[in-house]
Write a protein that binds this ligand. Structure first.
Ligand code: BGC
Length: 761
């Protein structure tokens, strides 16, 4: 990278492990500075100061990427800060690049393979008003000293002591970092809002707990004027247990604890190089008169800067809360990369989670830059063989922690680019990712003996599904062979569509898709019907929660849903029979779904698209476990990882796999936009150029007001039960070709304008 051509990476071997380091250099400027550009990056996370003043408000710079392949740098225009003498200071903590990554294995945290040391790099170029120029960069003339941050880690939290004297470490040491520096892609992580506590609780155990009223991702900020040596320490939690006591065992090994020792000055206490997922904090240690010393306290909500584009409100408060939880699930988990959850010892770019939620996410917010960045890392981490990992970016030895090459996870590389193309109409998502999509498909094609089915490997399957007898395991009962082969077919289908959109000859893959379908039908539905059970082919250790010893079923809600959604039926007759089967399976299960991570996002679509609209709504409105409203009824303010994370008796379903801020099941959001409000992009109408406005009203909702601020302008769909019928109102931007379809069969092709209809009940 030219900008850093003569700059050196610098580190400091004397600093205590885990502590943040201040790298600094005093410079003199011999005239009025007209322009100055400062470029900075770090192995770790950093803040930039000039003469003690923090230069920008972004958090967690330089961001999380596939560090071994690329590391972002940031640009700052700093002329106004450079008068006479100026101290440039870069404070850096461990962050993702040096700190903990991934959960513990047998009580030991896996080694972060990227770096053991915090390092920074910077280049300053500028021009005086008289035309003279200057260049400075990080080199052996920079110094290092300690900061008040004695320890910081993304999982663990932060320890800060304002009373400790600063230790000068002397000259920084030049070091080598193997990576490529690239300019920042996207907007970075910013403060979005501040929430003040809604209650101070004394729990039955006598703990002092602050409740922010909303599960969120961010940091707590306290402004405190203590006396020298006062210690304030707090931990984070998402929920209280059934007795009302503080509970964070579900964070597993991630401590999420902040500890501050203050001096006599007014101090703002806030983690600099860490973030937490929480609703509650427990004051673990505090001075006697803490609340008198506390001038203010709030939770700062952090996520990648994204413009909100989707809105949905209806006449049913529980559904509104569900929608709220979907939005907050996204806010909480779009912090630089799409994470599974923001609190426990993961917070990782789980590819499956990202994939299932991507469509909903792209209606809710403008996520173009967010995914442009992350998909770049997915491509960089794809192996030569075409494998797409379970977690991206990956910083540990993936053989040690088996992030599996799994169907439904690896398919993120075909599904996400195509979804983004659908919603934004931008073909660069396809052109940038086409080779990677093809490599993934070819990888599946090569594995195992059967070119047309995926019958090998070790998959996550229909993760956390609730099939009978599997409620306590992490996996569902649906045959992984079936799930994997279905996603294989879907990935090939998307590859074909992508290729065609790019003007490529896709005949080979069209043929492949047909062969897969034929083989799929013959293998999984030999007599035209799904079998009850399939042979169990995975060779993995048996384990209670892994469900590996369980029978693999064919006739499950997820199996039928995937076959319907990926069009893997022989003909229309079989499709009709399968749709009926799906309805019967739900009926036989007392009207409830059983689906997990892979089946759930498609379930209501499969029902509505085959005419079972009422059934879809009935499932949508259910309140017992498993259902979307179960968590709402149990006080959720974000989406839960497990359908019944908190059981009816108030106990927790598990300690290990029990996040209360996992967006995956929030994927139902796209059904709300597309079916309930009826705003749906037509095949061939990418970027909202051609859409349906085909709402499916249901009395239980009363009314719906929905809008998507699309790349073509704001599309609105509203309906309301009034008197003896339903009033529909649509707003269609110019340039959008909309086909309005109403429940009574009326249909009209419109563009640009407001349209109102009334349909009698
Ligand atoms: C994560 C998931 C992820 C899964 C793989 C979990 O630990 O939290 O959301 O997709 O592992 O199945």
């Amino acid at each position: 990278m030219e900008i850093f051509k003569s700059a050196n990476w610098i580190t400091c071997a004397l600093a205590n492990e885990g502590s943040a380091i201040a790298f600094y250099r005093n410079l003199s400027f011999s005239g009025k500075v007209k322009m100055a550009d400062l470029y900075v990056s770090a192995v770790g996370v950093y803040d930039l100061f000039i003469n003690g003043k923090k230069i920008d408000e972004n958090y967690m710079k330089p961001g999380f990427t596939s560090y071994k392949n690329r590391l972002q740098y940031q640009h700052f225009s700093v002329a106004e800060h450079l008068n006479g003498n100026a101290e440039i200071r870069i404070e850096a903590g461990a962050g993702w690049a040096v700190g903990h990554h991934m959960h513990q294995i047998n009580g030991v945290s896996p080694k972060n393979l990227f770096s053991k040391e915090i390092a920074v790099i910077a280049t300053l170029t500028g021009e005086y008003e008289d035309g003279r120029t200057f260049v400075f960069q990080t080199d052996g003339d920079w110094n290092a000293r300690s900061t008040e941050v004695l320890f910081s880690d993304i999982y663990e939290g932060e320890t800060v002591d304002f009373t400790k004297p600063v230790v000068e470490y002397g000259k920084a040491q030049i070091t080598q970092i193997q990576t490529n520096l690239v300019a920042q892609i996207g907007e970075g992580v910013v403060e979005n809002e501040r929430l003040t506590p809604i209650a101070v609780i004394t729990t039955p155990k006598g703990e002092t707990v602050l409740d922010f009223g909303q599960n969120l991702t961010g940091v707590v900020e306290m402004v405190v004027k203590g006396k020298e040596g006062d210690k304030i320490s707090f931990s984070c939690a998402e929920v209280l247990d059934k007795d009302g006591n503080f509970y964070n065992d579900n964070y597993r090994s991630a401590k999420n604890q902040m500890t501050y020792v203050v001096d006599g000055n007014l101090r703002t206490l806030k983690p600099k190089f860490s973030f937490q997922g929480f609703r509650y904090i427990r004051l673990d240690e505090k001075p006697e008169d803490f609340f008198e010393k506390l001038q203010s306290v709030c939770a700062i909500v952090l996520h990648t800067k994204m413009k909100r584009t989707g809105y949905f409100v209806c006449g049913n408060e529980k559904i509104n809360q569900l929608y709220h939880n979907i939005i907050w699930g996204q806010k909480s988990n779009y912090l630089d990369i799409p994470t599974d959850c923001p609190q426990r010892d993961e917070r990782l770019g789980w590819t499956g989670d990202a994939q299932v939620f991507c469509r909903t996410a792209s209606y809710n917010f403008d996520v173009r830059n967010f995914f442009k960045k992350w998909l770049g890392d997915v491509r960089l981490e794809q192996t030569e063989d075409g494998e797409v990992l379970g977690v991206v970016p990956q910083l540990i030895d993936r053989k040690l922690f088996s992030t599996r090459i799994s169907a439904g996870w690896g398919d993120c590389i075909t599904i996400i680019p195509y979804e983004l193309y659908r919603v934004y109409g931008d073909k660069s998502f396809l052109s940038e990712n086409f080779d990677a999509m093809q490599k993934w498909v070819e990888y599946i094609r090569r594995t195992g003996d059967n070119e047309y089915l995926w019958l090998t490997g070790y998959h996550y399957g229909d993760w956390l599904a609730m099939d009978e007898g599997m409620e306590d395991s992490y996996v569902g009962a649906t045959s992984n062979d079936l799930v994997a082969s279905a996603f294989y077919a879907y990935s090939v289908e998307l590859l074909v569509k992508a290729g065609k959109a790019l003007g490529k000859d896709m005949r080979e893959y069209e043929q492949l898709r047909q062969n897969i379908k034929k083989e799929f039908c013959a293998y999984f539905m030999p007599e035209g019907e799904l079998l009850e059970e399939y042979p169990y082919t995975e060779k993995i250790p048996k384990g209670k929660k892994s469900g590996c010893d369980a029978v693999r079923k064919g006739l499950t809600q997820t199996a039928v849903t995937l076959i319907l959604q990926f069009a893997l039926y022989k003909d229309e007759t079989q499709k009709t029979a399968l749709a009926k089967k799906l309805d019967e399976l739900i009926e036989a299960n007392g009207g409830k779904m059983t689906t997990g991570f892979l089946g759930t996002p498609y379930l209501l679509h499969a029902l509505t698209e085959t005419g079972y609209v009422k059934r879809a709504y009935d499932v949508f409105f259910r309140e017992d476990n498993p259902s979307w409203l179960y968590s709402v009824n149990h006080g959720a303010t974000t989406m839960w990882e497990h359908w019944n994370g908190i059981k009816e008796d108030g106990s927790f379903w598990s300690t290990d796999m029990n996040s209360f801020n996992h967006y995956a099941y929030g994927a139902v959001g796209d059904w709300m936009y597309e079916t309930v409000a009826g705003i749906k992009i037509k095949e061939g109408g990418e970027g909202f150029e051609k859409i349906y406005l085909a709402p499916h009203p249901d009395k239980r909702l009363g009314f719906v007001d929905c809008s998507i601020d699309s790349v073509k302008g704001k599309i609105e769909s509203k309906w309301r039960y009034i008197d003896d019928g339903i009033k529909f109102e649509f707003n269609v931007p110019y340039g959008v070709d909309a086909e309005i379809r109403l429940p009574d069969g009326q249909s009209e092709r419109v563009t640009g304008g407001n349209y109102t209809y009334f349909v009698k009940n």
